[in-house]
Design a protein around this ligand. Structure first.
Ligand code: HEM
Ligand SMILES: *[C@@H]1O[C@H](CO)[C@@H](O)[C@H](O)[C@H]1NC(C)=O
Ligand SMILES: *[C@@H]1O[C@H](CO)[C@@H](O)[C@H](O)[C@H]1NC(C)=O
Ligand SMILES: *[C@@H]1O[C@H](CO)[C@@H](O)[C@H](O)[C@H]1NC(C)=O
Ligand SMILES: *[C@@H]1O[C@H](CO)[C@@H](O)[C@H](O)[C@H]1NC(C)=O
Length: 485
């Protein structure tokens, strides 16, 4: 029987192979994964997930998946097995267990473009060191005096150029404001200066690549952005060299109270690390808050009562200042902007500048009876919580009064009090990676709104809508027309 011999020899390997698969199946069966659909091989459901939709909704994909599977479901996104969470409790649990059960895990393309030392992708000790530097730059003490003054100065610089009855893009104006503010406070670059304008232009190309498909092929937005990245880095590096030379010459320049100066003096970061830090702070601090301001300009005309109440609040502040002969806003004035804070929260809740975060499970985690296996991607979708009708009464409605304490008449209604809904409200993320710019972003919005409602009335000059791509953008740049008030 010479012919059967090979099969006979193979038998043990075949048996062990079968045993191997049974064991793997067993191991898999031990997990009680949430329901869901893994979609196509490799692509999974990524294309459906990324399809653009109205920014004030969760989008068709999310809506269908939640109604079919519930608030926690499994999928295959960005080439990885993923648990998607639209569950308020799980989102909070994920963010608060950063570094223990979960860890920040952005797609490799983001690291390629923001840099491997970018705060968005760093984890562990290095992240902590960079975070401390950023928090120092954005500390309360600096906000109260220096940054408040800067924010007001740059607001007026933009608003004072607005011409009555002309049509212009509100989004471009908001970007001008936040970019100038960041460029000045990070590297002491002056608005309007040719090199600032050049950097701004380069940044537009860069941004398009951050949010595009990460295809590093000639002609793609991603490739162009990688080139922009290196142009911008060279630019920042030149600034750095000039600064180091000045410091060596002992020219203590007290005016240049910027991030670059601070990092060079007080940290031992390498050049490469400083470049990535500055690039990503410029990115984090300019894109998000300009979109937030544009969203406020977009939502408010739909709610004239809110504009009226805002105007009353800010006129009151302006009158008091006028009487005491002061001109610049101070921290006490800012603290008086109570209704404005409701408008800010409502804008962030309904507009959802950042819609979901990227995490991965570091261990097997069990939540509400479901298993999240170690190594799987986890996407906390913070936007879905903000638009959940179980948590926010009529969530599609722009209603700043829902944030007012002790206002039972309208707003929160019976399902939610403002106290309990702010528990689920996390536009700035949470836990150890809570947005470092939270307070600055709110300050920018409040001061911009202050001078906007005091000086202008505005109307939307064309139909435009906030879309989630999933980064939020207005396809036409939100054209508006203004009138002096
Ligand atoms: C409305 C405006 C803004 C929104 C909605 C926003 C949102 C967020 C969110 C959700 C995160 C967390 C990302 C994650 O956990 O993976 C974050 C992180 C961060 N944001 Fe913001 N942000 C805004 C404005 C700003 C501004 C003005 C700055 C400052 C210059 C800033 C600086 C940062 C930094 C440095 C981080 C990283 C923090 C860390 O990893 O420890 N952000 N932001
Ligand atoms: C900076 O110095 C501290 C000690 O002062 C050290 O622990 C840390 O690793 C250094 N960081 C870098 C990037 O060299
Ligand atoms: C500010 O005060 C001056 C007089 O002190 C007055 O003429 C002016 O109308 C006031 N402006 C506002 C906005 O109240
Ligand atoms: C706005 O939301 C924050 C949570 O991010 C909350 O602490 C704050 O009280 C809210 N403001 C108002 C006026 O409700
Ligand atoms: C409650 O909200 C309504 C608008 O719905 C507003 O007119 C009213 O002033 C608010 N009440 C208080 C006490 O703020």
């Amino acid at each position: 029987m010479p012919d059967s011999e090979p099969i006979f020899l193979l038998l043990p390997s075949i048996l062990s192979l079968i045993l191997f698969f049974i064991l793997i199946k067993r191991k898999q069966r031990r997990y009680n994964l949430p329901p869901g659909n893994m979609g196509w091989p490799f692509l999974g459901e990524t294309i459906g997930y990324l399809r653009p939709y109205s920014a004030t909704s969760v989008g068709e994909f999310m809506h269908q998946h939640i109604s079919r599977y519930g608030n926690i479901y499994k999928s295959n996104l960005f080439g990885e097995k993923t648990i998607v969470s639209a569950d308020a409790g799980l989102n909070k649990f994920i963010l608060q267990n950063e570094g223990r059960l979960f860890e920040c895990s952005y797609p490799r393309s983001i690291g390629g473009i923001l840099g491997k030392w970018s705060m968005l992708v760093l984890v562990g000790d290095m992240h902590r060191d960079m975070r401390i530097i950023s928090l120092n730059f954005l500390s309360n003490a600096r906000l109260r005096t220096h940054l408040l003054r800067e924010v007001e100065k740059h607001t007026l610089l933009v608003l004072n150029t607005w011409k009555e009855k002309c049509i212009f893009s509100a989004q471009d104006e908001a970007k001008k404001f936040t970019f100038n503010l960041m460029a000045k406070n990070i590297m002491s670059m002056d608005p309007g200066h040719p090199e600032t304008e050049q950097l701004k232009k380069e940044y537009v190309t860069f941004m398009k690549g951050v949010v595009s498909a990460p295809l590093n092929l000639p002609g793609t937005a991603y490739r162009r952005a990688l080139q922009s990245r290196s142009t911008i880095l060279k630019f920042i590096e030149k600034k750095m060299e000039v600064r180091i030379r000045k410091m060596k010459e002992g020219k203590e320049n007290l005016e240049e109270d910027d991030l670059l100066e601070w990092v060079l003096k007080h940290s031992n970061l390498s050049t490469e690390q400083i470049l990535d830090l500055i690039l990503s702070l410029l990115f984090a601090g300019h894109e998000t808050s300009s979109v937030a301001i544009t969203l406020a300009i977009y939502f408010l005309p739909g709610c004239p009562l809110a504009i009226q109440q805002l105007r009353e609040e800010h006129l009151e502040i302006a009158r008091a200042k006028n009487q005491s002969g002061e001109t610049e806003l101070n921290w006490d004035d800012y603290k008086k902007m109570e209704f404005t804070q409701c408008v800010i929260n409502e804008t962030l809740r309904l507009g959802n500048v950042v819609r979901f975060l990227h995490r991965k499970a570091l261990k097997d985690v069990r939540y509400k009876g479901y298993d999240i296996p170690c190594g799987w991607k986890v996407l906390p979708v913070i936007a879905a919580v903000h638009l959940d009708p179980c948590l926010f009464d009529r969530p599609q409605l722009f209603n700043p009064w829902r944030w007012q304490q002790n206002n039972g008449s309208r707003g929160a209604g019976t399902t939610t009090s403002s106290a309990s809904s702010s528990n689920y409200f996390m536009p700035f993320g949470g836990g150890p990676r809570l947005c470092a710019g939270t307070e600055l972003a709110k300050l920018e919005m409040a001061v911009f709104i202050h001078h906007l409602v005091l000086n202008y009335q505005w109307e939307l000059a064309d139909t435009d809508e906030a879309f989630a791509f999933p980064f939020v953008d207005f396809p036409k740049g939100l054209p508006i027309r203004v009138f002096k008030s």
